[in-house]
Design a protein around this ligand. Structure first.
Ligand code: 26W
Length: 824
């Protein structure tokens, strides 16, 4: 009976309409006549959710039975964006839902726009995790993500008087239909206290951690459906709750306030996402988050493993754990603690299991991003874990000493403990020592980490442990969903949609560059996307821009190394050049709209000044009748995943201009090129591999190379290299007060002082201007430009996250696809 009654419902228009109306009248308790777009969204979302859940159940049921090896992706950030459109496309239900919703009297696009983004991430690392989850499900890999369910995602950004101001992102204001609360899954997580050592019956020292306090971790599951497959994976997000709602002692003593305070402190742990990207803050609450999350996840993984009744030595045959940067490195220590203190394994047996289980991805080489925790603070929160870290370090350094005797400098450099005042725990060293594979995220980056931050470790462990896995993006969200017209044209042209699961098939478009009719269609789609972006700019910035101008985009987190500052300086240079022209000269200027977007960390003063400068320049340039449509500058506030989905398909050229050697990979570069947008960039991160794939005629490269950076800095500091004259001219214009009170910008301009220009803006300035001129010239020839644009898309197959994930699965995790059978 159960089997018969639980058979899947049909997915025809009428059944779906019934399910939508059912949710309106029962779940939402509303009547059809007072429905707005948002309630329509809620009902459609709930109906979609039903279908997701039945796939999720089927997948998890079949996987529990078969119990294949799984990968667990531990990430403090999952930047998912909106879910509904993506879920419908992946489940193959989009067309039916479109029809159902339109017939019910709603516009599907408006309904989709009512959904708020799930913005549980800062930028590259968080969005990468989301793309990888899409690919893992699409390729039928048994995989779970583990993260935190923050009450507040990345802050909302508004621009007030040109300055960034932050507002809380309370995204759970309304019920979140994309999560399944598992209130029955609760795990106790402890902190503080002290450690008792004693001898067991065999004379072995045992450590007993007697914690000082504890909280509960409650599971919330987010289903991740694969594209055109029955498989539906899971992201489990933890929420913190007090163990007992009130501390009863305080409560009964009449200290009501204190008992409520403890409860609030417990809930604080998963209250807010840290908004720092690439800068370490060293806050105690952040360390609490990291332990809370890794301990809950490991407990869950171990419980699942124990059900299988296998030997502990089989753990690495069943479980692979990927560490998304150093944030989850405590998982290494926690597993060692569980195995030694609670499961009574020997240290060496436990350590072998641990190192076979974990692998570590590094996402940055910036020194200020390296996670370090002060030993006294750590000891206060996690006394037993500190002992284990000291033991791991001792045994490790003993082996280093055996291999390379009498090299104290080496031991100092490699130690997990930095001898500072106070001592610091270097999480990257711990992650390397506790993992069997360490990878970077683009070829250049993976080579750089081998010769810089992990050089000694390569000498010790050998080359094989340090590998490259070039990042990728999911073509489902970043082309099919964000750019449906282009996706349709590609499907028509290639005679099917197989390319969405095998992106190398895009190569088939290469033969179309000589087909004038095809080129025309291609460029018409780009123009339609630009019209859509122009509307968004009008709404958000109140600036009118012409879709016939060249759209030039730089959207990403605001950071000095990404050099938005250099971009706006060259915009000023362009402005001054136009101002000095005669009418006849102006006639040959290529009109350009320069579009910025991105958030600065709230405490990052210089980055926030860059935003102010962009807005001040925009205010002057956009009003100047001498310039008109030849140049417009806009800063789009509150850049996020769904705004990116409008911007990416509409760009003609985008800027990926970090100082060589600083951007580990970049992933928006891939999104733009996949959508037929050309890029201007430095020889940094994945730009280099994009260049290799699409060819040098279809990309604008400038600036110094990674291996030249140190020499250039040295020359600047000690050989009195003068500032670039064009840059000098731009600075003078700012200092003369062309854009508001120049005093405001003085701290920013100081970063360019000769000898202090760490990101080498002056050194790259002339070649950056030249590259921008090449862009203008190339854009004038629309026929040639359209061919470049087509070649861009055609040769981006490598950058599908399907390719990345397959490499991880085969070369690091050793897992196989497990396609779920549709039992209808
Ligand atoms: C501890 C503070 C902190 C927070 C976040 C340090 C570092 C991070 C992230 C690792 C920063 C990040 O997102 N890095 C980006 O990762 C992307 C995915 O691999 C790359 O494409 C970007 O180049 C890299 O900046």
């Amino acid at each position: 009976l159960w089997e018969r009654l639980s058979k899947k419902e049909a997915n025809d228009v009428e059944t779906i309409q019934k399910s939508i109306v059912h949710h309106v009248t029962t779940t939402l308790a509303r009547a059809a006549y007072n429905m707005d777009n948002f309630s329509a969204y809620q009902a459609v979302a709930l109906s979609t959710r039903d279908r997701l859940i039945s796939r999720w159940n089927e997948t998890q049921g079949q996987l529990s039975k078969a119990d294949p090896k799984r990968v667990y992706y531990l990430s403090l950030e999952f930047l998912l964006g909106r879910s509904m459109d993506n879920a419908l496309l992946n489940m193959g239900l989009k067309d039916t839902y479109d029809k159902s919703v339109e017939q019910l009297g709603f516009n599907m696009e408006d309904v989709i726009e009512s959904e708020v983004d799930a913005a549980l991430g800062n930028g590259g690392l968080g969005r990468l995790a989301a793309c990888y989850m899409d690919s893992l499900a699409t390729l039928d890999y048994p995989a779970w993500g583990y993260g935190l369910r923050y009450n507040y995602g990345i802050f909302q950004q508004r621009i007030v008087d040109g300055y960034q101001t932050e507002f809380p992102d309370y995204w759970l204001n309304f019920d979140n239909p994309w999560e399944l609360p598992r209130l029955d899954i609760s795990i106790q997580i402890s902190f503080g206290g002290h450690v008792q050592a004693s001898q067991d019956e065999y004379g072995v020292t045992r450590h007993n951690w007697i914690p000082g306090s504890s909280v509960q971790a409650i599971a919330y599951d987010v289903p991740i459906p694969g594209y055109h497959t029955e498989n539906c994976n899971n992201i489990r997000l933890w929420r913190s709750k007090p163990t007992k709602v009130f501390d009863l002692t305080s409560f009964n003593e009449g200290n009501y306030e204190k008992s409520v305070e403890d409860a609030t402190n417990a809930e604080k742990i998963t209250s807010v996402l840290y908004p720092n990207d690439n800068t370490m803050a060293g806050k105690e609450l952040r360390l609490k988050q990291q332990y809370f999350w890794t301990a809950a996840s490991l407990h869950d993984i171990v419980r699942r493993f124990k059900k299988s009744m296998r030997e502990w030595s089989n753990f690495p045959d069943q479980v692979a754990i990927q560490l998304n940067d150093t944030h989850p490195t405590l998982a290494i220590v926690e597993l060692q603690r569980l195995l030694v203190d609670e499961e009574m394994l020997s240290w060496d047996d436990a350590w072998e299991i641990v190192t076979k289980t974990f692998a570590f991805t590094n996402h940055t080489v910036l020194p200020e991003a390296m996670e370090k925790w002060s030993v006294p603070m750590f000891e206060y929160l996690l006394p037993r874990h500190l002992q284990i870290i000291f033991d791991i370090n001792l045994f490790f350094l003993q082996k280093v000493e055996t291999k390379f005797p009498n090299d104290r400098g080496l031991l100092n450099r490699m130690s997990i403990i930095e001898e500072a005042q106070p001592q610091q725990i270097r999480m990257a060293h711990l992650a390397v020592v506790g993992s069997h594979k360490v990878n970077g995220v683009a070829a250049l980056h993976s080579n750089l980490i081998k010769t810089t931050i992990f050089k000694d470790f390569v000498d010790y462990y050998g080359e094989e442990k340090f590998i490259n896995k070039t990042n990728g993006i999911t073509p489902r969200r970043w082309l099919h969903q964000a750019n449906p017209q282009l996706s349709n044209l590609i499907t028509e042209t290639l005679g099917g949609d197989k390319w969405l699961k095998d992106l190398s098939l895009l190569k088939g478009l290469n033969t179309k560059t000589e087909d004038a009719a095809f080129r025309k269609q291609w460029m018409q789609i780009k123009r339609a996307n630009k019209v859509r972006l122009a509307e968004l700019i009008k709404t958000r910035c109140d600036v009118e821009v012409s879709p016939d101008a060249l759209f030039d985009v730089q959207v990403k987190r605001i950071h000095e190394y990404k050099r938005q500052f250099m971009n706006i300086l060259v915009v000023i240079h362009r402005y001054r050049t136009i101002k000095s022209m005669t009418a006849a000269q102006k006639a040959s200027v290529q009109p350009r709209v320069v579009i910025f977007g991105g958030k600065a960390a709230p405490g990052y003063y210089i980055a926030k000044l860059v935003i102010k400068l962009i807005n001040s320049v925009a205010a002057v340039v956009n009003q100047d009748p001498a310039v008109g449509d030849l140049l417009k500058v806009v800063f789009i506030p509150d850049y996020n995943v769904s705004v990116a989905e409008v911007i990416v398909p509409a760009s003609d050229i985008s800027q990926h201009i970090s100082t060589a050697g600083t951007e580990a990979s970049g992933t928006s570069n891939m999104k733009f090129v996949l959508n037929g947008g050309l890029i201007i960039g430095t020889l940094d991160g994945a730009n280099i591999e994009i260049l290799e794939e699409i060819g040098e005629d279809n990309i604008f490269i400038f600036g110094c190379m990674a291996h030249e950076v140190e020499d250039l800095r040295h020359a600047q500091r000690y050989r009195g290299v003068p500032m670039d004259p064009a840059l000098q001219g731009v600075i003078s214009a700012i200092e003369r007060g062309t854009f508001e009170d120049p005093k405001i910008f003085q701290p920013l301009i100081s970063t360019l002082t000769v000898g202090k220009d760490f990101y080498l803006i002056s050194a790259d300035f002339a070649s950056y201007i030249a590259a921008n001129q090449q862009v203008d010239a190339a854009y004038k020839n629309q026929d040639e430009w359209s061919k470049k644009s087509i070649r861009c898309t055609a040769n981006m197959g490598k950058f599908s996250s399907d390719r990345s994930v397959k490499e991880y699965a085969e070369e690091i995790w050793n897992i196989k696809p497990y396609p779920v059978v549709d039992e209808g």
